[in-house]
Design a protein around this ligand. Sequence first.
Ligand code: SF4
Length: 405
Amino acid sequence: MKYVDEYRDGELAKTIAARIAAIADPSRTYHFMEFCGGHTHAISRYGVTDLLPANVVMVHGPGCPVCVLPVGRIDMAIDLALGALTPGPSPASGRGENFAPLSPGRGAGGEGASNITLCTYADTMRVPASNGLSLLKAKAKGADIRMVYSASDALRIAREEPEREVVFLAIGFETTTPPTALVVREAAALGLRNFSVFVNHVLTPAAIAHILESPEVRDLGTVVIDGFVGPAHVSTIIGSQPYDYFAEEYAKPVVIAGFEPLDVMQAIEMLVRQVNEGRAEVENEFSRAVSPEGNAKAKALVADVFELRGAFEWRGLGKVPYSALRLKEPWAAFDAERRFAMVERSVPDNKACECGAILRGVKKPTDCRVFGTACTPETPMGSCMVSSEGACAAHYTYGRYRSAA
Ligand code: SF4
């Protein structure tokens, strides 16, 4: 397949591996964080770490959208879907009339059924929440929770079922934010009265800054980070410029890389060279898709619809300032949090789960005592075992724990 097979060529991988081994200084260890879950998945799937010299260590980062969603936000979505929330005070829409929620009367779908239809992606439905629940289990209790492939699927359901209050549970980094902005604008243009979004979109640069400012990195030195493999899809939207700050302020090299194994290996070679030469620059291995400025249209769309939240809780990272988005006032009618008076919740993770430490790069999946026993992709106890981009799921699926044991 054009533009795929070329980036999975085993002989070329060996050539790059040999180059990395030749330039890696044997008197030191290199620690590089791959921020993005897509890279974590690629590294596990293609055995990239097996090709690296022992002194080039990859540290998994928090860039898996499902993994960083805290328990409290899932609990809020479950309460909403089960009809445990009352409508809010009819938020006004600057784009039209006041869109009061439809009557929240309970439907005939069984225990806890309401007139709310919650739409979200498949992985989100399996994330463990409080009290042994998940969205999937709430669905079994009678909540109308539907798996969708895109934000526009949710909008279509709202158009087809005007008697239902359709809420799209939106998650993800900068890549999935523009499609959410688009459906909000479309819903306004259509005058839809029964559509809203529970916004959980988070921002990559804020999370990287938070990691670099964390005590583990800054003071304790328990997580050494010599550079970052920068995300692929996110960078197609935001461009390479937002990473300049990390090179300039923290003297950390960043190399933006595509998701194929040769992309990742090439980026690692570029990082080793930067460290050896004492450079801290932003380099772009993924120039076939990423420009310095990013996608101007997508950024303008997001800027029209969203604004920064003061702080947002991330699983593993805690409250991170200015790290997430919410709908701007003119679009308030489509904001599920305001529409249904949803109250922010902070809920601790399962005590047995080490996802928080794994997402901060402090621990590896194999450090968790229930990894691969009580916790597997079929029986996830934590969010890192749910999505294929989660570090635990990637390690388990591709057998990386065997060599690490
Ligand atoms: S193995 Fe399961 S319980 Fe352990 S850290 Fe990973 S997701 Fe959490």
